[in-house]
Design a protein around this ligand. Structure first.
Ligand code: PGA
Length: 236
């Protein structure tokens, strides 16, 4: 079973999200669908035939943190997944390795599965392994047995929203390298997703990648006809 994670980012108005929800309630898939809308919409999703995730979480437990949302609040809404360390948060909002580590930890403490995003910038392609190592190590070090639940989304930053996608061979190489790194250093088997310009045209090609456990899809998942096409392609 593959994970199909839809990252809405900061898109869709209330009316748009309500009609989106109506349509996804009809979708049947043998894969695991996870929708990550903006915070205000989370409780509109009933999660009957899919799962619901947040796009972020506070690193703090509760209290005087204006504008933040805690893992326990998300859990109380039935949220089961959270995207952590997306490159947009790392780069635009300057989220540090330390902060991301705390967010991973607090999710696990609240039974929320962190979808940890890692990836290199275009100019870092030659140091990809160093970059990914630093991101993985800072997130995984000092996490207890629950580390087996962390899902890793490899998203080359140069591929997000650009239409540029690494070759199948490159993705296979990176995902299998991640699995091996985690197994060797943390003794667990992790799930690895690919994200970055996944769409209805390239998904049948990406599907052939052996180490791929799922997809993190931004832009193309906002359009329901495209999302449905991708779900259908992954079904066969
Ligand atoms: P994209 O975004 O599919 O629009 O490239 C993916 C992501 O940022 O998670």
């Amino acid at each position: 079973m593959k994970l199909i994670v839809s990252n809405h980012k900061m898109n869709l108005t209330k009316d748009e999200i309500l009609s989106y929800i109506k349509e996804i309630s009809e979708i049947k898939s043998s894969n695991k669908l996870i929708f990550c809308p903006s915070y205000p919409y989370l409780s509109f999703f009933d999660g009957k035939n899919y799962f619901v995730g947040s796009q972020n979480v506070s690193d703090q437990k509760m209290g005087a943190y204006t504008g933040e949302v805690s893992a326990s609040q998300l859990r109380s809404l039935g949220i089961q997944y959270a995207i952590i360390g997306h490159s947009e948060r790392r780069n635009i909002l300057n989220e540090s390795f330390e902060l991301i580590h705390k967010k991973v930890k607090i999710c696990l403490e609240n039974n929320i599965i962190p979808i940890l995003c890692i990836g290199e910038k275009k100019e870092e392609i030659n140091q990809k392994e160093e970059i990914l190592t630093a991101e993985l190590k800072s997130a995984f070090d000092d996490i207890g047995d629950d580390r087996k639940n962390i899902v890793i989304a490899y998203e080359p930053i140069w591929s997000i929203g650009t239409g540029l996608v690494p070759t199948k061979e490159e993705i296979e190489e990176t995902l299998s390298w991640i699995k091996k790194y985690i197994k060797d250093n943390y003794q667990v088997d992790c799930k690895t997703l690919y994200g970055g310009s996944v769409n209805e045209e390239n998904i049948s090609n990406l599907k052939e990648i052996q180490s791929i456990d799922g997809y993190l899809i931004g832009g193309a998942s906002l359009k329901l006809n495209k999302l449905k096409q991708m779900i259908d392609i992954l079904e066969v």
